[in-house]
Design a binder for this molecule. Structure first.
Ligand SMILES: Nc1ncnc2c1ncn2[C@@H]1O[C@H](COP(=O)(O)OP(=O)(O)OP(=O)(O)O)[C@@H](O)[C@H]1O
Ligand SMILES: [Mg+2]
Length: 417
């Protein structure tokens, strides 16, 4: 057994890090032994002494647990004792997926997306919309073309779960952003039949799982030419190859990793223990926007982006930004920052159009939120730019007063960030 993962009765202990494929497969194997071989129906996952985690392995474990729960197996969580990790388990919804007694965490409008389950294309579409908004609010100076490429990739990878995996619990998706490095990582996990199995339908001679994963990321490779074109994994992998992006796949007995700094960036390995399902982790470097789009130049359908539609519809100006849909609250700087980043990104994407900011159903706003959004925005784009490109609609008197004051104060200090 993996020394990092040990057993004590019905308890499975994660003793150190849970941040790589090795630890993931160790834990899955322990869960398999406890539930399938020993037929235990109550299992405790003990992360008390765990010191570091990554979202990919965690999301994969959550998907597996959802499947086990469908078979009547219950899991209890012992959370890490390090307070930041404890919070992370709650805020990412891992705690909820492991043990549904823990309530879900709702974080619309923040800079990360907690693990989110989707089981049909409507739920998938909703998750993708949310994710694109998270990126729009988290990464400054996001070009339109970068976001189009990102939206394409997240659509493809999440769609693969519904099209190919036969996962009884659908998929889980989670997103983390790294504003300073201008990167984002999304992970998608399912508890389905895995890439090697589906790909063998089209390529029956593929015996080794590691060969199947390498094949799956090649251009035009699909298990069924009538249904797909074999672009999703290939295009996403190509996008990660630009700048400092990374790509990781775990499915069946194999893993495939692409790390640009390595001597041999692409590596496919047989891990000796299975992952029943698929985990895809895509890290995109947004610092080279034209390269991202370049990566998607292969034969195939053209992706029509969706993310601008909600802003471009139902509005007098060229774009309409309904504040009530863009932030979970109007009370803090933390809530205000992603709103300002979104507005600045939309401002940059639309070179001359007007953006109407609709403040209906916003009865009150804190001065710190108003400063973070309007004060700093005013200073960044300048008085003329602000007046030419932004318009405030449906503003309550008291809110107008707070915004006016925030802008005046910010202008008098002259410091944007
Ligand atoms: N989550 C998954 N579960 C099982 N098999 C998968 C999964 N994702 C991808 N695959 C396998 O990998 C193959 C390649 O996937 P890819 O997205 O590149 O192409 P496609 O889905 O077949 O076609 P397209 O994406 O162009 O519609 C699929 O045909 C399928 O066999
Ligand atoms: Mg696909």
């Amino acid at each position: 057994m993996n020394a990092n993962i040990t057993r004590r009765g019905n308890e499975i202990l994660v003793n150190e890090n849970f941040d790589n494929g090795y630890a993931l497969r160790g834990l899955l194997s322990a869960v398999h032994k406890a539930t399938t071989e020993e037929k235990l129906s109550d299992v405790v996952l003990n992360f008390k002494h765990c010191s570091h985690v990554e979202q990919g392995p965690m999301v994969f474990v959550c998907a597996q647990i959802l499947k086990h729960r469908e078979h009547g197996i219950n899991f209890e969580l012992i959370a890490p004792e390090i307070p930041e990790l404890q919070r992370l388990f709650r805020n990412t919804n891992w705690a909820h997926f492991i043990d549904p007694k823990v309530e879900t965490f709702r974080s619309d409008g923040l800079e990360h997306l907690p693990a989110t389950q989707y089981q049909d294309s409507t739920e998938q579409g909703r998750a993708v919309d949310k994710i694109v908004k998270v990126i729009l609010g988290a990464i400054p100076q996001m070009g339109r073309r970068s976001l189009v490429a990102f939206e394409w990739s997240i659509n493809e990878i999440t769609d693969n779960v519904l099209t190919h995996s036969e996962s009884p619990v659908g998929g889980l998706v989670q997103v983390q952003t790294f504003a300073r490095d201008r990167k984002a990582q999304f992970v998608v996990a399912d508890a389905g039949v895995g890439i090697p199995r589906t790909l063998r339908e089209g390529y029956p001679t593929l015996t080794r799982d590691e060969d199947a994963l390498e094949k799956a990321i090649s251009e035009g490779v699909t298990s069924n030419k009538k249904r797909g074109q074999g672009n999703g994994l290939y295009g996403s992998y190509q996008m990660c190859g630009q700048g400092q992006g990374e790509f990781e796949l775990h499915s069946g007995y194999a893993s495939l990793t692409f790390v640009p700094q390595r001597k041999k960036p692409l590596r496919a390995t047989n891990e000796g223990l299975p992952c029943n399902g698929t985990l895809v982790a895509v890290t995109i470097d947004f610092s080279k926007p034209q390269l991202l789009e370049e990566a998607l130049r292969f034969q195939g359908r053209k992706h029509e982006p969706n993310f601008l539609k909600p802003y471009e519809q139902s509005c007098d100006g060229d774009m309409c930004f309904k504040l009530v849909d863009e932030s979970p609250s109007f009370g803090s700087r933390m809530a205000g920052k992603p709103v300002r980043t979104k507005l600045l990104n939309l401002y940059g994407m639309h070179s001359s159009g007007r953006i109407s900011i609709d403040l209906s159903n916003v009865p009150i706003m804190s001065s710190s939120f108003a400063d973070e959004v309007f004060g700093k925005l005013f200073l960044e784009v300048g008085a003329v730019g602000f007046m030419r490109r932004f318009e405030l609609m449906n503003v309550e008197d008291i809110v107008r007063h707070i915004i006016d004051k925030a802008i005046a104060q910010r202008v008098s200090t002259g410091v944007a960030d």
